[in-house]
Structure formats: C-alpha cells, structure tokens
Design a protein around this ligand. Structure first.
Ligand code: ZN
Length: 356
C-alpha cells in the first residue's frame, strides 16, 4: 500500500495492492482535515465512508512491528508538500512527536517546510512563528537540538518525494511489504527481534534484517543465484563475506566488540552468530538499566560496520575501527539522551558508562 499525503493537490492517489483509487483531495480535506487534526492522514472520527476505511486500514497494518505509515519518509524537494511538523522527514519520527513542547508553541501547526525555510540575501534561513517567545532552559535546549538537526537542510528542485525505509534499498514494493507482513505474522520460524526504543527505527530494522540474513553480503547474494566476482570480506581481506563473519568473527568486528565490552564494563563478548549479538545484553553481569542500554548500543556499530563496508567496497575508503567506535559512542549518546524518556546524562558519564 502506498499513499501520498499531500492532499492539497487536486487528487490523492492511493494504491492498495494493485487497486488504484483516485480520490478528490480537496473534498477529503474539506470533510476530514479538522482544525486540530494532527495525524499522518486526516480523518474525522465522526464520519463514515471509503476514506475512513482506507485510513483505518493503513493504520492497522503493521510491518515488522511498526505502523506502515511510519516507514515512509519525506525527502525535501521544493518543500511544498512535506508538512514541517506533521510528516516524517528528519529522523524517524515527526518533529511534532520529537519536540511536543515546541509543537504546542507553534501557531501554524500544519505549515510546510517551504513555509519555514526562506531564501535571504545570505542564503537560506529558517523562519518561526511562535505563539510566544522561547523560554530559557529546557525549551531553548530543545529548540537548539531541533535546529541543529535541520540546520543544513536545503530546498531542492522538483517536488518533494517519499522514500520507503522498510528495507536497505529504500525501494517500496508491494511484494516487500507483503513479505514483511507475512514474516511478522509467522512466528514459528522467524526470529522476533526485541526493539530498542531509543535507537532509530532504521537501525532496528537493519538489525532485524541482519539476524534474518537479509543483508546483501556476497554470501547471501550467492545463495540467491547472483553472480559475485569478489566475495572476500573487504574489511579484513581474508574470509568469505557473510553476515556472521562480517558482524561477529571478522577482525574488525572483534576489535569493536572488545572496545564496546570494555566501555560497558562487561566481560569480552564472544559472539558466533548475529543472534548472539542481539541477545548478548541478557548474558552480561551488569545492572538492569545498563543492560537495556547495551541492547541498543550493540545495534549501532552494526549499522556503522555495514556503512564502512559499503564505503570501502564502492568508494575504496579506509576502514578505521576507532572511528566506528567513536561514532557509536557519540551517536549513541545523542540518541540515548534525547530519545529515552526521563534521562539526564552528561557526555562524561556516558563515556564512563555511568547511567544514573
Ligand atoms: Zn572480515
């Protein structure tokens, strides 16, 4: 199922497993887009009819334990169609959900990116329209955080577009969604990954794909009858590239796990399979809070290992273990501090793995 949320256009196109519907966007907006309707798709709860059924259907579909609408991210073109606060275009949640306190202060809650980003003599500049001034302290901190995350965004040419983050190719296919839904329902022979809520969704999804051996390593591609010219792991240049090798037994991975275990004050990890990796937090002698943090921390270097592998394979960049570790610690800190509820931790405490 795929949908466009830019119902300001004359028509909204909905494709539902091959069923193509053309709906009058202006009409839907007039009926359903109430003044205080902040959802991904507008819906008047008092109404009935086709549109309500479509929205309820979309909201009920889960793909790998997530709402299907959460897996479509906006990519900024001219900024006219992506709603600044309500759509997902920076990070993996809407700015409304990421910064609810700031959202409450906004006058025009349904504004587009284009409404907020304007061209000035010195380049692009963000404009704001608050109901009152931002207060010092927590409010200002949140504003700075949000601003830093979007400061380098620029308007481009052409219309805004939407990408699918449910797989590594960012390509939406009905088949991929069907498979995701089927595997999500079939619990008998599939591994159910415990999500780490403070880690971005795309990394959780990557981990799930890794455990399911769906990362396109040389070994996995061979199994799917692809012709592979170079099947040696580019991280170590020694062994056949497979998921378990790259993330567990490869020299690069081993060094990273050693550094992570030392940082987290745990015994050195011994991991032989990707499943060992995602369950390691259950077997270390550390506190409950630390274990929960470790569950998410383990995911981050996996994401960076795959990124480094691609950079090395396709751009011949050097692989530096220390930078994977440092990136893990700094991004981990950013996400843990800002995405986990009721957490107050300094960078020094994080580096000493002292979770209050
Ligand atoms: Zn290797």
């Amino acid at each position: 199922m795929f949908f466009y949320t830019n119902i300001n256009n004359t028509t909204t196109r909905v494709q539902s497993f091959g069923l193509h519907l053309k709906l009058n966007g202006t009409l839907i907006k007039a009926i359903h887009d109430k003044k205080r309707s902040w959802g991904c798709l507008p819906i008047d709860n008092q109404s009935s009819g086709v549109w309500r059924k479509i929205v309820r259907c979309i909201e009920s579909i889960e793909y790998n334990n997530m709402g299907i609408h959460q897996l479509l991210n906006g990519v900024c073109g001219d900024g006219a169609d992506i709603r600044f606060w309500l759509d997902i275009w920076e990070g993996d949640s809407s700015l409304k959900d990421g910064f609810p306190r700031l959202f409450r202060l906004k006058k025009d809650k349904k504004c587009s990116i284009k409404n907020r980003l304007r061209m000035t003599d010195s380049g692009f500049d963000w404009s704001w329209n608050w109901s009152r001034g931002i207060q010092q302290g927590e409010e200002l901190n949140k504003f700075n955080l949000m601003y830093n995350s979007i400061a380098d965004k620029r308007l481009g040419e052409g219309m805004d577009r939407w990408i699918w983050i449910g797989n590594t190719s960012n390509m939406f296919t009905v088949k991929a969604v069907k498979n995701g839904m089927i595997t999500g329902q079939n619990l008998s022979d599939r591994y159910i990954l415990q999500w780490a809520s403070w880690v971005p969704k795309k990394i959780n999804i990557f981990m799930w794909q890794m455990v399911m051996d769906r990362i396109p390593t040389a070994d996995a591609l061979k199994v799917r009858n692809s012709v592979i010219n170079d099947d040696i792991c580019v991280l170590c240049d020694e062994s056949l590239e497979s998921t378990s090798h790259m993330f567990c037994s490869c020299g690069v991975a081993s060094l990273i796990w050693y550094k992570i275990s030392t940082w987290c004050k745990a015994f050195p990890f011994f991991v032989f399979t990707t499943k060992d990796l995602v369950e390691i937090h259950n077997h270390v002698q550390i506190g409950k809070k630390e274990r929960k943090a470790l569950k998410g921390i383990i995911m981050i270097p996996c994401w960076f290992i795959w990124k480094e592998r691609n950079d090395k394979k396709f751009a011949n960049n050097n692989v530096v273990v220390e930078s994977i570790f440092q990136n893990t610690r700094s991004m981990g800190y950013l996400w843990y501090r800002n995405r986990k509820k009721n957490v107050s931790i300094s960078w020094k405490e994080w580096c000493r793995f002292e979770l209050m």
